[in-house]
Design a protein around this ligand. Structure first.
Ligand code: DGL
Length: 270
């Protein structure tokens, strides 16, 4: 499937909603000539509270859609979806290059001075085998404190990025991490960079935040170059946004979070 997709084909990227925009921004900055087809599965968001099996099922449906639209590579711009399905997608579609998210425990463990690292991610991400294997492989000698995000994705999808309600929610999440003495916190959900400013303020100086989006974009660049399917430098690039939810709401979210005034948006029935 899609063996013929060449360098002019789009990259498929998806998330449960707008979280993947944090990865999209890095990918566009690094690879401006690429066309990207972004799917927000907002009719099914949030993924984080769903079973891994149901998230996996959605991932296969979305990937099928992206491949049907000619995608040459797929970025799973969602930690929960990567936890639920990345391994299975790669096994089922060995010819398709997949780039996924994994909680950035490796750089966090390397950078932590005090050896106590916090990971903020959704429940689904912590349940996946990927998380356990990342901790096993990269966190020896480091204490990893996990904190499940409850309700944060909903706030971000609603456009609430600051203010007392957001601060209260963030404080409740950070309290156990602060009590454990973390000096490094991993943003293990692609939505969270949109509230990173508040998280940073509430954590205070001396605690560093790690967002893997830049590393994921660089990995995407390597994968495209390695397969010789990168867009030619003079190609136009750009993003088409599709949602399984409400396209008017998505347009509003794009204006607010991406700053694009007239995005190409539409509804898909998946
Ligand atoms: N943005 C997502 C992630 O990285 C999913 C959040 C959700 O839908 O719960 O995990």
């Amino acid at each position: 499937m899609n063996a013929a997709a060449g360098s002019a084909a789009p990259i498929g990227m998806f998330d449960s909603g707008v979280g993947g925009f944090s990865v999209l921004a890095q990918a566009r900055a690094l690879l401006p000539a690429e066309r990207i087809l972004y799917v927000a599965d907002q009719a099914w968001a949030p993924y984080g509270d769903r079973s891994l099996a149901s998230v996996r099922e959605r991932c296969f449906v979305i990937v099928e859609h992206l491949l049907g639209a000619g995608a040459k590579a797929i970025v799973v711009a969602c930690n929960a979806a990567s936890a639920a399905a990345l391994h299975q997608l790669r096994a089922a579609l060995p010819d398709i290059p997949f780039v996924g998210m994994e909680p950035a425990v490796k750089p966090a463990a390397a950078q932590s001075r005090g050896g106590v690292v916090g990971v903020l991610a959704t429940t689904a991400t912590f349940q996946g085998e990927l998380y356990g294997s990342v901790v096993d492989r990269h966190a020896s000698g480091v204490t990893v404190v996990q904190q499940a995000g409850l309700g944060l994705v909903e706030l971000i999808e609603a456009g609430m990025l600051e203010g007392p309600e957001v601060e209260a929610a963030i404080d409740a999440h950070l309290a156990p991490l602060i009590a454990a003495g973390v000096d490094t916190v991993v943003l293990g959900c692609t939505h969270y960079p949109f509230i990173a400013g508040v998280i940073r303020r509430r954590l205070g100086n001396g605690v560093q935040l790690i967002d893997p989006a830049g590393a994921v974009a660089r990995q995407l660049g390597r994968v495209l170059a390695g397969r010789a399917i990168a867009a030619s430098a003079d190609a136009g690039g750009g993003v088409a946004y599709r949602t399984s939810g409400n396209p008017d709401r998505l347009r509003h979210q794009i204006r607010m979070l991406v700053g694009e005034e007239s995005p190409d948006t539409g509804r898909i029935h998946l």
